[in-house]
Design a protein around this ligand. Sequence first.
Ligand SMILES: *Cc1c(COP(=O)(O)O)cnc(C)c1O
Length: 365
Amino acid sequence: MSADVPSTSDGRRLAPATRTVSLGRPAHEPDAPLNTPLTPASTYVAGGDVEYGRYGNPTWTAFEEVLGSLEGGRALTYSSGMAAVTAVLDLVAVGETIVVPVHAYQGVLHQLGDRERRGLLRVHTVDITDTAAVVQACEDAALVWLESPTNPMLEVADLAAVAAGATSAGARVVVDNTFATPLLQQPLELGADVVVHAATKYLAGHSDVMLGALVTRDDATFTAMDEHRRSRGAVPGVLESWLAARGVRTLHVRLERAQANAAELAVRLADHPAVSHVRYPDWGAMVAIEVAAGPMAADLLTRSTALWVHATSLGGVESLLERRRRWKGEPDTVPEALVRLSVGIEDVEDLWADLASALASLPSP
Ligand SMILES: *Cc1c(COP(=O)(O)O)cnc(C)c1O
């Protein structure tokens, strides 16, 4: 069951860009506020549908309405992206196998490794660009975890083909859609069962919120996830939900600008002598470069910019960069000199001038 798509007065279905702006608001009534109010509440007057603060909140619902509509399902929000990841993994029975990309968000890989060491599940890693291998691995798996593009290698999966193959092999398909956002890719439409989001990133978009979400169109899965959230308690904060609902209003314009900036920078970086390799899938706003002079020069690059901020995370209005292997848990198939760029919405010439001058200051390879 997909969420109803609202329409204009003459019946035209609202485009995703319009839905980011107009959903999740109070009904148009005299003196109604345009925005859903912040409702701090640990309990409600008895006799209604919600009853208690851990079971629901109108401010969560506002953001869930927007995200659910964009992804084509029903959304539940969590206290962080990892809380949403945990909720999905908890649905897998003990002893089952999970198929996972070699490269994925480090927190996900870490949690899977931890569950595997504790004997809770088995992990089978795959190259997600090899559709046949992924589908074959799904034969004896309960679930396939997909991230596309992957962090930080920016590999892209054929989601429709993988989802079809995995589904007929009997595996549930989960897609972490954080990097793409529902404006660039709708995994449920492509056959996925559950979509995961770190709303912390593009959806909230201003580097000031921790929030996660799951979206599904399957009622039984939705109910199981809702019950899990009630009982485990990883519920979102009311301020965070409000900020995310506010942030998502501009998702389409932020993404449009960030993507245009990323595409332009990827072309220029490919020609820069200090850069030996550029990874960019030709869409989205994440770019990964390899610094020709090696990992120490890559570290120097991250300390040499004035506008680009040396910080982890992504998807905010401001441009960030970091050398991924500075994190101990990053897979060793990620090149040591790889610097991940989260391209923001600043003026592209300012971004280029800052980056090009920092690159030019590096020792030669
Ligand atoms: C950040 C991120 C997460 C985890 O989200 P948090 O809000 O930091 O817990 C999961 N997946 C991807 C792809 C991410 O970028």
